[in-house]
Design a binder for this molecule. Structure first.
Ligand SMILES: [Zn+2]
Length: 447
């Protein structure tokens, strides 16, 4: 049968222990012998004998614990090797730190078993009900969200041979000084990002987000009061640059996949705030040049040699002073970044409207769906958590992340915010949640 193996193990390196989770899908697996082979190939941990466990894959696993010897788990391991793979079986193998292998049958989307397994998962059920009853939905996304489209996460974007050869990592390469010192390196990096972001189609999770946004039109009880708050915003510019609908996307991704009309994006610019800027808007790096930000020509393609990641002219130039330009994206050690003020105001104005609406309607359901936001640059996490904490109303934070280490929250502990975690990648979690939302809609209506 096809199985998904969920493998949990600990790595001990330099006296620090990290928990690793790995998921492997196998089309055909009849005996545990085959499962162990896959496990050994993927993790480089041998499940054979004491002498083979100590130094593998560069990690030291230490000797077997006395407990392990007593129970003679290897013997057990040998026994089950020839057994048939059972569904939902958890095998625990006690090396100094335990290894757990769980086999889960892969259920086809749309099958009865798929829905039943979701209905049996209390976190998914809780999250789907929160979405089903939401009055306001905010997506808060990090690099993990774009990874579902096949885009590299940080720091993986610089983890390629041309940079390894030069001993440059993501932190080194993502700095503004390269534009002055080595424009071919600077435009090699950002030019390649731009080419890739523009040519890579966005994943189906965006369509689910759009579907949930559209649900709000009949489901949300605060659409008129949100419109009123929007019309009360002081400046005409604020009203123009913010949607009057209770949906918002907050993201640290710079690919502009939420709104870029040249890609056929599903959302409008006036409902998205990219906290670090994005690849489509460029700026002059000069402090004395007074040029405004501008949109990069939609047909501009950077000439980047993939073997060296060095770019050749032409580079985008400032329309005022003709110096080489840069994307309006926050880099490391960046004193040149000019943030588009309209963007930051949009988020502030949205928050202002939500605050007022929830103040006057204490039973407003506010849901943040946070996806793939890691702890390396935790801005997105803090912005969402901080915002929920200062609001009235019934608030839920659905945190979706495949890494268990990213599923905790210090800030929300002890608050009345409903905190729901789903250990999964974004697109797959949304598909599952949407299956449940549809199921609940069909079976109980929206109330
Ligand atoms: Zn200029």
């Amino acid at each position: 049968m096809p199985v998904r193996l969920t493998i949990l193990y600990h790595l001990i390196e330099d006296f620090a222990t990290t928990t690793k989770k790995q998921e492997i899908e196998i089309d055909h697996c009849s005996t545990y012998e085959e499962v162990f082979e896959v496990f050994e190939d993927e993790t480089e941990i041998a499940l054979k004998g004491e002498e083979e466990i100590t130094m593998l894959g560069g990690y030291r696993f230490g000797k077997l614990t006395p407990d392990f010897r007593e129970k003679n788990v290897f013997e057990h391991l040998e026994q089950i090797r020839s057994e048939e793979v059972k569904k939902d079986e958890m095998i625990q193998i006690n090396i100094e730190t335990p290894v757990k292998i769980k086999t889960t049958e892969i259920l086809e989307e749309g099958s009865e078993g798929y829905l039943l397994s979701l209905l049996g998962n209390s976190n998914y059920v809780k999250a789907a009900k929160a979405i089903q009853k939401a009055d306001i939905i905010i997506f808060a996304t990090g690099a993990g969200w774009s990874a579902d489209s096949g885009l590299a996460t940080y720091p993986g974007v610089a983890d390629i041979e041309p940079y390894r050869k030069r001993d440059l990592d993501y932190f080194d390469i993502c700095q503004p000084h390269w534009r002055r010192q080595e424009p071919e390196t600077f435009f090699g990096f950002w030019g390649d990002c731009c080419n890739v972001y523009r040519s890579t189609p966005f994943h189906g999770g965006y369509a689910i987000a759009l579907k949930w946004k559209e649900r709000l039109r009949h489901q949300s009880r605060i659409v008129p009061s949100f419109e009123t708050e929007h019309s009360n915003l002081e400046s005409a510019s604020s009203r123009e640059h913010l949607s009057n609908f209770p949906f918002f996307s907050l993201t640290s991704n710079v690919d502009a996949h939420w709104w870029n009309p040249n890609k056929g994006a599903l959302f409008d610019r006036n409902e998205v705030y990219e906290i670090h800027g994005h690849i489509e808007t460029w700026q002059c790096a000069s402090r004395v040049c007074g040029s405004d930000l501008w949109a990069l020509d939609k047909d501009f393609v950077f000439d980047v040699d993939q073997s060296t990641m060095l770019a050749s002219e032409p580079y985008p130039r400032c329309p005022e002073c003709n110096k080489t330009a840069r994307p309006s994206i926050l880099m490391f050690g960046d004193g040149e970044w000019k943030e588009d003020e309209v963007e930051e105001d949009r988020w502030d104005d949205f928050k202002h409207c939500v605050e007022n609406v929830s103040k006057n309607n204490s039973d407003t359901n506010i849901v943040i769906v946070e996806i793939g936001a890691g702890q390396r640059v935790p801005s997105i996490r803090y912005m969402g958590e901080g915002f929920l904490m200062q609001l009235n109303g019934k608030r839920s934070l659905i945190r979706i992340n495949p890494d268990t280490n990213c599923l905790g929250s210090a800030m929300l502990k002890g608050t009345d915010v409903d905190y729901i975690t789903l250990q999964n990648t974004g697109f797959d979690a949304l598909k599952k949640l949407d299956t449940l939302v549809e199921h609940f809609d069909e079976n109980e209506g929206t109330n």
